[in-house]
Design a protein around this ligand. Structure first.
Ligand SMILES: Cc1cc2nc3c(=O)[nH]c(=O)nc-3n(C[C@H](O)[C@H](O)[C@H](O)COP(=O)(O)OP(=O)(O)OC[C@H]3O[C@@H](n4cnc5c(N)ncnc54)[C@H](O)[C@@H]3O)c2cc1C
Length: 357
């Protein structure tokens, strides 16, 4: 039987970042990916925002890994010609009540060490972004955008140049624990192989992979729900240079204005739960996007919005509206030595990827 030292399940940005770091350290790494290419799921279906780390409870994994990932990403991009822009971002308050929320966010961001944060009053806001309606705003100077494909291509090069292997079209369908490691079975054929360590970075399917090895995912709180987010593109130029967000809502960051590296503008992602994975954008959802646009911008008509892409968040269940941190867990204590689970790696997972690695 073939043997591997370390097997990573999933060639999304997180699995690739981990693989790149391990390969760089001289470890023998195999990455298994069920699709024909890397990064076809959440890692290529997101806003490509380099988050600052404002929103998450201080000392949570999300806060720590995001803040560190933000710095690492800018450094990586500069050194390795990965396309990025430090756009900055504004969280805009529509009324006086929301101004209190900006103060709360600023304090939380400062306690997370999330870069320079400045509260702007109505006049300051008009001066720096004349096209935005709002009573006040929080400026985050370290927020930016990144070419996520360029980032993943960079991790792949690191893995391959250091002797690692990425195997596509290889869906893990069963895992057996044996003395000293695990046997991984692939669904396409009868091929199986032994791996001493296994890292489960399977995104939307990571709870399923944990279950395969024998972990009671209900008891451990590992069950995922699929939370879909759609985008609508704007077929019109806006006088705006920063990413524009509303104050966060119960369900997350809310629909925001995303600037693409090519200069295009999109609104999204929305937020609703689905039972199965499909990436169709329902044109009937335009109304929700249109009303968000109107809160912050003048002069946008319904026909300026067109259905664009969508993505699905790997959201940890139980408290659907409460805070759930990333799960990054060595399962030795549960009787699975050398098995590491990464579950619920939703936003800010792209930003956090280099620090998870
Ligand atoms: C709508 C949306 C917007 C977002 N915006 C941002 C943002 O602006 N900034 C930010 O920092 N983060 C953002 N995120 C979060 C970020 O995209 C994710 O956290 C990150 O991409 C997760 O990467 P991953 O590698 O864990 O998962 P994925 O990219 O989903 O990769 C998992 C991989 O595992 C593979 N796989 C699954 N099962 C198996 C199996 N059985 N065998 C083999 N392979 C398997 C899949 O095919 C997939 O390629 C957003 C997410 C969404 C959905």
């Amino acid at each position: 039987m073939d043997k591997a030292e370390i097997t990573i399940i999933g060639a999304g940005v997180v699995g690739l970042a981990i693989g790149a770091e391990l390969a760089r350290q001289g470890q023998q790494v195999v990455v298994l990916e069920k699709n024909l290419r890397y990064g076809q799921e959440a890692s290529s279906r997101n806003s490509e925002v380099i988050h600052a780390g404002l929103y998450y409870p201080t000392d949570s994994l999300k806060a720590r890994l995001c803040v560190r990932g933000n710095r690492l990403l800018y450094e990586l991009c500069r050194k390795n010609n990965i396309n990025f822009r430090n756009t900055e971002k504004l969280v805009v308050a529509r009324n006086h009540e929301e101004i209190n929320e900006l103060q709360r966010l600023r304090l939380l961001g400062e306690s997370n060490d999330a870069g320079r944060l400045v509260i702007l009053d109505k006049n300051d806001l008009k001066t720096i972004e004349p096209g935005i309606k709002g009573h006040a705003a929080l400026l985050s100077t370290t927020t930016g955008i990144i070419d996520s494909h360029g980032l993943m291509a960079y991790f792949i090069k690191l893995i391959e140049n250091n002797g690692g292997t990425i195997v596509y079209d290889s869906e893990v369908s069963a895992i057996d624990r044996i003395q000293g490691g695990y046997i991984l079975h692939l669904s396409k054929d009868t091929y199986n192989f032994f791996s001493r360590l296994v890292i489960n970075s399977a995104g939307l399917h990571s709870d399923h992979i944990a279950k395969m090895v024998g972990i009671d995912i209900d008891k451990c709180g590992y069950c995922l729900s699929f939370c879909k987010g759609e985008y609508f593109s704007l077929q019109k130029k806006l006088n705006v240079s920063r990413l524009i967000y509303g104050v966060p809502c119960q369900d997350g960051l809310g629909i925001h204005l995303v600037i693409n590296l090519g200069g295009g503008l999109r609104f999204g992602p929305s937020h609703f739960y689905v039972d199965k994975i499909d990436y169709i954008v329902d044109p009937a959802h335009k109304e929700e996007f249109y009303s968000m646009c109107h809160d912050y911008f003048d002069g946008i008509e319904k026909e300026d919005l067109l259905p664009d892409t969508s993505g699905i968040r790997a959201r940890l269940s139980q408290e659907k509206n409460g805070f759930r941190d990333f799960i990054i867990q060595d399962e030795s204590d549960r009787g699975f030595p050398g098995f590491i689970n990464l579950i619920g790696i939703e936003s800010p997972g792209l930003t956090a990827a280099p620090s998870i690695g």
